[in-house]
Write a protein that binds this ligand. Structure first.
Ligand code: ADP
Length: 173
């Protein structure tokens, strides 16, 4: 069975990577879908996000059945296009569940042949989000154990650019 794991992955965290690794043991094929959403402003470009996910797969043993693609539009349409019959999503807390339930129900109405499968976050990652990691990086905190090693430098470098930009904005005010 082929599954896709859609998300923003801006950037990929250890929580995402854990879901990918577990999904690769459950399904014949897993496609990580880097979604481009014009309503979301991302720190990294879709190409950068894709590259980071690819770079990080090594740390979970480069599973042969995992690939990475960039997608846009409706997730179910993309899933249909690549013949995936399952959409994987991660759940960290009740707040995720409420949101995900709405999404999964809408997807069920749009594409009854596609199922959504939820994997719950490992306890050590249940607080972890890309946003938390970006906030920590912006304030010079330690990212070890939060994001894969391959993400630490790109995230810190990107945040240095952001911090520089913020500083120049303040000077101009
Ligand atoms: P989106 O914008 O689609 O929510 P994210 O990259 O934030 O994209 O998350 C993609 C999926 O991964 C979502 O289902 C989210 O709940 C899940 N996820 C995010 N962080 C974690 C984590 N630490 N552990 C498990 N699942 C997670």
């Amino acid at each position: 069975m082929k599954a896709c794991y859609p998300g923003t992955f801006d950037p990929i965290t250890n929580g995402h990577l854990d879901i990918i690794e577990r999904a690769s043991r459950l399904f014949d094929e897993v496609v990580v879908l880097i979604m481009v959403n014009p309503r979301k402003t991302c720190l990294f470009s879709s190409q950068e996000r894709k590259q980071m996910v690819e770079d990080c797969l090594e740390s979970i043993g480069s599973p042969k059945n995992v690939s990475v693609m960039i997608g846009s539009g409706l997730t179910v349409e993309f899933a249909r296009k690549i013949n995936a019959s399952v959409i994987i999503r991660g759940i960290r807390a009740v707040s995720d569940y409420e949101y995900e339930l709405g999404q999964a129900t809408a997807n069920m109405m749009l594409a009854h042949e596609i199922e959504t499968a939820f994997l719950i976050a490992k306890p050590q990652y249940s607080f972890l989000s890309s946003s938390v990691c970006k906030e920590i990086a912006l304030n010079g905190g330690d990212l070890l154990n939060l994001v894969p090693l391959k993400v630490i430098d790109p995230l810190n470098n990107k945040m240095k650019e952001v911090a520089q930009h913020l500083k120049s904005e303040q000077v101009n005010i």
